[in-house]
Design a protein around this ligand. Structure first.
Ligand code: HEC
Length: 198
């Protein structure tokens, strides 16, 4: 090996040792990871959606309890969101039955989309034809009532929508899974199963 190569290698070794020596430990804080060359890479500046995250303020780690997902400003609503005015109680149920009507047109396409949604969200309890004989219904303490029984045949569409929105007894709320229009399409398909729509 010629002298130049030996010199370069030893310089690199010395530089490496010095770098490690300066950065590996700190007398002030034995738990410190040392100098961070690229803190952004160790501590992503992105905010956590629902939890506290670590923030460096004046070289000190602080736990920032602010979260990225903020609560909406009081008395405001999200763009495109229409609040549902009927409360989740018997009064709201009654009002929905009297005042709430399907805003969608009863078209073949809407009913077909309702059928697809029914196959994904409802069939397991209510069964293919709405007789309350789905596979999950067998495990329930009591099966869902038949759509063509006297009680549900007399049920106004607003009450159906209300129940799909909030749930009722053993049936859970579907408001977070289904948009308002999707819920109305389901109401239409239930009416189709009842023989009320052609
Ligand atoms: C976990 C099983 C289950 C699922 C899933 C389910 N239901 Fe129900 N559903 C029930 C039961 C049980 C009842 C009877 C509630 C009662 O009156 O106590 C019911 C009642 C109803 C009623 C009558 C509501 C009323 O006000 O009396 C309608 C309409 C209905 N379901 C439609 C649907 C639709 C549409 C879906 C799919 C989005 C669905 N259900 C999903 C179990 C279920």
């Amino acid at each position: 090996m010629n002298r130049k190569v030996i010199q370069i290698v030893s310089l690199m070794a010395i530089f490496g040792c010095v770098t490690i020596g300066f950065t590996s430990c700190s007398k002030k804080n034995p738990n410190s990871p040392g100098v961070e060359f690229m803190p952004d890479m160790y501590r992503s500046p992105s905010l956590e959606s629902n939890m506290a995250y670590v923030k460096i303020v004046d070289g000190k780690e602080t736990i920032d309890t602010l979260q990225a997902n903020r609560l909406p400003v009081a008395a405001t609503i999200a763009r495109g969101f229409i609040p549902y005015p009927y409360p989740d109680d018997t009064t709201g149920y009654g009002q929905a039955g009297r005042l709430l009507h399907n805003p969608l047109e009863k078209t073949e396409a809407n009913i077909m989309q309702g059928e697809v949604l029914y196959g994904k969200f409802c069939v397991q309890c209510h069964g293919n034809t709405g007789q309350g004989d789905g596979l999950v219904a067998l495990k329930l303490p009591g099966p869902p009532p038949s759509y063509t029984g006297p009680v549900l045949m007399a049920l106004p569409e607003g009450k159906m929508f209300h129940t799909i929105t909030y749930g009722k007894n053993l049936m859970g709320s579907h408001a977070s899974q289904l948009t308002v229009n999707e819920r109305w399409k389901l109401v239409m398909f239930v009416q189709k199963l009842q023989g009320k729509l052609k």
